[in-house]
Design a protein around this ligand. Structure first.
Ligand code: 8YV
Length: 330
């Protein structure tokens, strides 16, 4: 039997390519060149599957040029890089990588919250610059994390893993806002209280954003929402650029309308709004919330399982749009 052809759009662990090569004829991109849409369409010719990451866009224009394509396996839980409706219309299945990154990403939520509240980056720069000459009572005195109220916007798998850490590890009061309310038993397990977005913003000491990006979550936090937050509050964005209006946030940080922010994702990343680079009360990281070697291996393994499962056995592990298959009769 001839092996199906697939494209791996970005550099990946060599052993992942090796495993894929046992089952597929693989065109890879270990040089990690970021492809234009035209280049990707060209390299997808004759491919029935693609191993992708959150940095590649799949839309109607691309799909129209790739009639053989059957599966796009995203090594990412978020899939706002996929136009799922266009994929369904074209009979192309999408898969994502849920669950395997939940705990690691929740850990990073606390890494960012603690680094921001306790001014880790700012104080380290001060020390490295040779400015530390003596102890003083308020040297880099920051904000408390334990025992405070954490507001979580988006209470999916990662939101719940954060809530568990907050309640059980840091003795925090957890309030949350989500499209749907959790069942009572789950709420009780981390003593979480469902509130409106406005109440959350007004009452939380720290706000963590872990909701998926879509047209309806665009600028969930803008100038009006920032104005509701306490002047002592810290905002953490682990979700996606575009959920926060970065221009409004930079102004709020500059004017101390909120105390600080910890950001792992940015509008238009990898570009970062220059105004955010000039304010000291922000901790900035380059979209690394899921970046441990173990978790990245697990995310890649799930994308591989989806490619093998679907292209060789007709069954994906984590399909996003199974209705796409009705169109192709796969
Ligand atoms: C990925 C992420 O690193 O899974 C997600 O949704 O944001 C990150 O874990 C990124 O999308 C690259 O695929």
């Amino acid at each position: 039997m001839t092996k199906p052809n697939i494209l791996v759009t970005r550099a990946i662990f060599p052993e992942v390519l090796e495993q894929l090569s046992q089952h597929f004829t693989v065109e890879s991109n270990q040089e990690d060149v970021i492809m234009s849409a035209d280049e990707m369409a060209r390299r997808l010719q004759g491919k029935s599957g693609a191993f992708m990451t959150g940095t590649e866009r799949v839309d109607a224009a691309l799909l129209a040029q790739c009639p053989q394509l059957k599966l796009c396996a995203n090594m990412s839980v978020g899939y706002n890089n996929f136009d799922v409706a266009a994929m369904t219309a074209a009979g192309v299945l999408g898969t994502n990588a849920p669950d395997v990154l939940t705990e690691t990403t929740a850990d990073f939520g606390f890494a960012l919250l603690l680094a921001t509240a306790r001014r880790v980056s700012e104080s380290e720069h001060f020390l490295r610059a040779g400015k530390w000459t003596r102890w003083s009572y308020d040297l880099f005195a920051g904000a408390e994390v334990h025992g405070t109220t954490l507001g979580i916007v988006g209470m999916g798998r990662i939101g719940q893993a954060i809530a568990k850490r907050a309640a059980l590890g840091f003795g925090m009061r957890v309030i949350y806002h989500n499209r749907s309310r959790l069942d009572a038993a789950t709420e009780t397990s981390f003593n979480a209280h469902y509130v409106s977005k406005e109440e959350l913003l007004r009452t939380a000491d720290h706000v963590m954003l872990v909701l998926p990006y879509s047209a309806s979550s665009h600028h969930t936090i803008g100038a009006a929402e920032l104005a509701l937050m306490k002047p002592t509050a810290i905002l953490i964005n682990l979700a996606r650029g575009g959920i926060v209006d970065d221009t409004a946030l930079a102004a709020a940080l500059r004017d101390k309308r909120i105390a600080a922010a910890g950001l792992d994702v940015f509008e238009g990343e990898p570009k970062v709004n220059p105004a955010l680079l000039t304010v000291p009360n922000v901790v900035l990281t380059p979209h690394i919330a899921s970046a441990t070697i173990g978790t990245r291996r697990a995310m890649a393994a799930l994308a591989v399982d989806n490619l093998i499962g679907f292209l060789l056995h007709g069954k994906a592990v984590t399909p996003l749009n199974p209705e796409a298959l009705k169109r192709t009769g796969v």
